[in-house]
Design a protein around this ligand. Structure first.
Ligand SMILES: *Cc1c(COP(=O)(O)O)cnc(C)c1O
Length: 393
């Protein structure tokens, strides 16, 4: 064996800076009353916004698909036959998104990493919001195109970059998250679209945290702004509010065909187990037929945020179910999270380098399955521990 001592050394260095990841063992489904590390806790960090991950309809659909189609799908869909179940999901998703066509990809990460480097290459330009998700950043790194960033959620700054750099580029791609995962704010898509279209730039929105959360029936941030059929590329995930797994690319027919033929993550990696597609279809049906989940998610969000702010906590610029409780120093965020866990509330710290050094936080994710008494239990813990740690007075 080679000298592998660097493996342990590098992890140790992370641990010393408190930048390492540790497992919390989830011993139950991802539900509000979960069991973590042998303890009953209130789950406040799952992306299972609507409680669909453990919904009986998703589970039943998955079981039926296993009986009908098996546990795996056999290969890369393009190579060994695309199961009709996946094609049915793509049609259903395109209808849900009001788009011409949709392609189901392995994950949201894979959609970005596979598509971005094909859309733009040498002689092109990518302009990215400075706070975009890491999977967009990796997609950008795989492209030969020139890169630039614009200030977070700032269409005026995007205009400045376009003015400076767009002229000499063959094609320009503007990438943004729909909802930003660390701060819970929403991209100003109307302004971004209007600035970008003046330069004929392609607009690419990754709506992983907006899918199932934003817009009518949870159709996403693009629909929240009524920009369907204007934004060029809608990418997202089924692993968050949809409660299942997988990603997608939605837009015009030609975009689907292009991605199908060129995305390397799509062409070189197998399709999902059929049970995944069946669960995602059940999610779409729930979003369309049971509006109460989305309504409760937003009711919970407004209540929780309002109470936190009344107590004096800083929730930053969040306007969505992603609720950062910003405390400043990393050590305080770690301490707050540990004390919350002791009191039975599970929410993890987010620290540098994921956020700026002085912006460490505990990130709370709201959920439709949380009851009012669950929320009050959590708020009570935040208030008591916030006072104890002198975060609020
Ligand atoms: C979570 C997330 C992803 C990754 O989605 P997966 O389907 O889990 O790979 C991509 N983009 C953004 C903005 C995300 O928040």
């Amino acid at each position: 064996m080679a000298d592998l001592s660097f493996l342990a050394q590098e992890v140790k260095a992370l641990r010393e800076k408190k930048l390492d990841w540790r497992h919390y063992t989830l011993e139950s489904p991802s539900v509000p009353h979960a069991q973590v590390n042998g303890k009953n806790v209130l789950m406040l960090c799952s992306n299972n916004y609507l409680g669909f991950a453990n919904h009986p309809k998703l589970k039943a659909a998955a079981k039926q698909a296993i009986d009908q189609y098996g546990a795996g799908n056999g290969s890369v869909p393009a190579i060994a036959g695309t199961m009709d179940l996946m094609l049915t999901l793509e049609e259903k998703l395109a209808k849900f998104k009001r788009s011409e066509a949709a392609l189901v990809t392995q994950t949201g990460f894979a959609a970005n990493a596979g598509l971005i480097p094909q859309l733009v290459g040498k002689g092109d330009l990518i302009i990215s919001d400075e706070l975009n998700h890491g999977s967009i950043i990796d997609g950008v790194r795989l492209s030969q195109a020139d890169r630039a960033v614009f200030k977070h959620a700032d269409a005026t700054d995007l205009d400045r970059v376009l003015k400076e750099k767009a002229k000499t580029a063959r094609r320009v791609l503007v990438c943004t998250d729909g909802v930003f995962s660390m701060d819970g704010d929403v991209a100003p898509l109307k302004e971004i679209y209007s600035v970008a279209s003046a330069y004929d730039a392609i607009v690419y929105v990754d709506d992983a945290h907006g899918d199932g959360v934003m817009g009518p029936e949870g159709r996403g941030t693009i629909h929240h702004y009524h920009l369907e059929n204007q934004i060029d590329v809608d990418v997202g995930t089924f692993s968050k509010a949809f409660g299942a797994f997988g990603g997608y690319v939605s837009g015009i027919h030609a975009l689907k065909e292009f991605t199908f033929n060129k995305s390397r993550t799509w062409l070189l990696s197998a399709g999902h187990p059929p049970s995944v597609w069946a669960s995602v279809m059940a999610s779409i049906e729930l979003l369309e037929s049971e509006p109460q989940h989305l309504k409760t998610l937003w009711d919970n969000t407004h209540y929780f945020k309002k109470r936190l702010r009344e107590m004096g906590f800083n929730t930053g610029r969040s306007t969505t179910p992603i609720t950062p409780v910003i405390v400043g120093e990393s050590a305080v965020a770690h301490h707050l999270s540990q004390r919350l866990f002791q009191e039975g509330v599970f929410a993890l710290p987010i620290v540098f380098p994921m956020v700026a050094r002085d912006q460490a936080r505990v990130r709370v994710m709201m959920n439709a399955a949380l009851s009012r008494s669950d929320l009050d239990f959590a708020l009570n813990a935040f208030e008591n521990i916030g006072k104890e740690l002198q975060i609020v007075s």
